[in-house]
Design a protein around this ligand. Structure first.
Ligand code: ADP
Length: 638
């Protein structure tokens, strides 16, 4: 089914070059790309989830989708509603119950009939009212005439007419109560309903009965007219989508479970002290397919019984974050841009170069060699920002330049914070970028998902008070401690001096930031400590990132591209990265000239590059090589 869909409407070169970001598509603009009609065919990647949705639609099974935001969960849920049969749709009517006004009756009719029924009732009520008013005016006229002409008493006439009027009004009171309330109307629905109940409060999810301030005396709104359908009722025969399912309160999750189990759910007032709480309808059908979504911890916090219901009667799928970068995929990404342009409706079409730039960004954002990111909502955001910039300029087409500008504007909050932070730090000259300093190394970290930041580490060695400790300070204490654990084995083996007589202080300088990963600072910490121990300066125009094994091997880390860019922005000339990460580097052209990237695979190489002075350094480096090479291998690490 959907998985075989190819990009249509444009010529495709066979066996395209690897550098061809359009995957062999020969287009000038995205206007040449045809967009599939069905939503399910518009989904990029997520083959597995898509197959599940198609299968689940046939079998009417519930689905649980776990994955990162913006990867297409609600899009797939909506796509499923298009695949469900439309023939079965129903309208739901609520009627006044003459036996018990607080127990309105519920009737289900084929879609489209509901409107007709209500209309017929209205017509009847109108006719009846007309007849009654006619009768009333005749009686009033007779009464007035009689009083005036025969008795000659105008006051009596007016009073009598007033009484007649009130009597008729009282009789008319109930006539509106005869008109049913069309609770669910599928008359105009083109596909099975799709209801997104993410973050819905109880009333919106389960239905509600409005409060009536006039509860008696002929002024009240009949109870059946105050009944409102919830998402579970409106989703009948269609799809009910709930993202962040774990945030739904437990009581609602329980009710949801009942609705799934019974296939029907009575509506009652949700706020306890309102008059609506006295009303309870007959059961209203809730025969929906449920798609629950969330991230991994959503599953842990979800009501276990609800989860097992879905599991027992449906499927669980995991949404992918990245997908392999192939020519076919690239062509689909081109179509994605065309889709987003079409969906927005006001953006100028994208030029081929603009498309290439976005696909390049998809590569970068994947953070993985040979992959493209599937966080499509963010990518779509960039498409819209670029298109808006182009539209603002009245441009005919969105060009590469617009996309480049958009990259600046559609920065995530973390990125904006990081940039702002770098700016501010420049003011305080924390950003040393010249010469050599003992015990100070420029580390690199990632904030959030996509922002690099330079994070200097300082180490100092002092005579001990209490028997040789490693003391980490600064706000990133935990992170420092983690790194320290990784490097302390090496430092202990390395040091000539009796380390048990020294305290080593390690400080991560002035960060107000959270969410930086600790492990990737290991080589930074090791270098700072060795520099401090041996009193040898470290090159300040150099930044570094890398994890460390106890044997001194430099291990790969995450986010290298963002880290390199951060180093370049901060003014560094060179940056050390793990050799294993070399393939993940996808920095933008502008940075390529600004900074030299040096891949390394052993801590001795790091010191060789970072430390000052030939002779001291050489002896240190060779010492490190021998120590980490042999001693550690013998398993002497404490
Ligand atoms: P989620 O529910 O996973 O947070 P959405 O389905 O709401 O994400 O995605 C938001 C928008 O991003 C969609 O409307 C669509 O335009 C785009 N999008 C997300 N994932 C995909 C995908 N896999 N293929 C195509 N477009 C996507």
């Amino acid at each position: 089914l959907g998985s075989t869909v190819e990009v249509e409407g444009a010529e495709i070169e066979e066996d395209p070059d690897e550098d061809d970001l359009l995957g062999g598509l020969k287009i000038d603009t995205t206007a040449e790309i045809e967009i599939p009609d069905r939503l399910v065919d518009q989904v990029i990647g997520q083959e597995h989830a898509r197959d599940v949705i198609i299968k689940a639609a046939k079998q009417r099974r519930h689905v649980m989708m776990i994955g990162s935001p913006g990867t297409g969960k609600s899009m797939l849920a909506k796509a499923m509603s298009e695949l469900l049969p439309k023939e079965e749709l129903q309208d739901v009517l609520v009627y006044h119950n003459p036996d018990d006004g607080n127990k309105p009756k519920v009737r289900t009719v084929p879609a489209g009939k509901g409107d007709q029924i209500v209309e017929a009732h209205r017509e009847e009520a109108r006719k009846r009212n007309q007849m009654r008013s006619l009768l009333m005016w005749i009686i009033i006229a007779v009464v007035l005439g009689y009083a005036l002409i025969i008795v000659g008493q105008i006051l009596v006439g007016i009073i009598a007419a007033g009484v007649v009027y009130l009597v008729f009004r009282y009789l008319n009171r109930g006539s509106d109560a005869m008109i049913p309330n069309l609770l669910v109307n599928n008359g105009d629905t083109k596909t099975a309903p799709f209801r997104d109940a993410t973050g819905a409060h109880a009333g919106a999810l389960l239905g509600d009965v409005r409060h009536d301030p006039f509860q008696s005396g002929g002024m009240e709104t009949p109870s059946h007219d105050r009944v409102e359908a919830g998402a579970i009722h409106k989703a009948n025969k269609g799809v009910l989508f709930i993202d962040e399912i774990n945030t739904l309160d437990i009581r609602s999750q329980q009710h949801l479970m009942t609705a799934i189990q019974e296939g029907e759910f009575s509506i009652t007032g949700q706020s306890e002290r309102s008059s609506g709480a006295m009303v309870q309808t007959e059961p209203v059908p809730t025969d929906f397919v449920m798609i629950a979504a969330g991230n991994l911890d959503a599953m842990e916090n979800m009501h276990p019984a609800l989860r097992s219901r879905i599991k027992g009667y449906g499927y669980e799928v995991y949404m992918e974050d990245t997908i392999e970068d192939t020519p076919e995929m690239r062509r689909k990404y081109v179509r994605f841009i065309a889709q987003e342009v079409a969906k927005d409706g006001r953006l100028p079409e994208f030029s081929a170069e603009a498309v290439e730039e976005i696909i390049l960004e998809a590569k970068r954002r994947s953070g993985r060699k040979g992959h493209l990111t599937l966080k499509m909502r963010n990518l779509g955001g960039m498409v819209r920002v670029a298109g808006d910039i182009a539209r603002g300029e009245d441009a005919e087409m969105t060009t590469r330049d617009h996309v480049l500008q958009a990259k600046g504007r559609s920065r995530s909050i973390e990125q904006q914070l990081a940039d702002d932070y770098i700016e501010r730090r420049k003011d305080y000259e924390l950003q040393v970028s010249d010469g050599y300093v003992v015990g100070r190394v420029n580390g690199l970290a990632v904030m959030g998902e996509d922002s690099g930041i330079m994070l200097p580490v300082m180490a100092e060695v002092t005579p001990t008070q209490s028997g040789g400790q490693v003391i980490a300070t600064g706000q990133l204490k935990e992170m420092a401690e983690e790194s320290v654990q990784n490097v302390s084995a090496i430092i202990k083996k390395f040091s000539d001096e009796n380390i048990s007589e020294k305290d080593i202080h390690i400080q991560f300088i002035q960060t107000g930031q959270q969410g930086v990963d600790g492990d990737s600072a290991s080589i930074t910490v090791a270098t700072a400590v060795i520099s401090a121990l041996e009193n040898v300066g470290v090159d300040q125009s150099l930044a570094m990132t890398g994890s460390l094994s106890v044997r001194g091997d430099v291990l790969p880390v995450g986010g290298v591209t963002h880290k390199i860019e951060a180093a370049a922005k901060a003014g560094c000339d060179r940056v050390i990265i793990p050799a294993a990460n070399e393939q993940d580097v996808m920095i933008e052209d502008e940075y390529e000239e600004m900074i030299e990237v040096i891949p390394v695979s052993h801590i001795s190489e790091v010191l060789d590059i970072a430390l000052e002075g030939e002779t001291e350094k050489d002896s240190l480096v060779s010492r490190l090589k021998s120590i980490t090479g042999s001693t550690l291998k013998d398993g002497n690490v404490s």
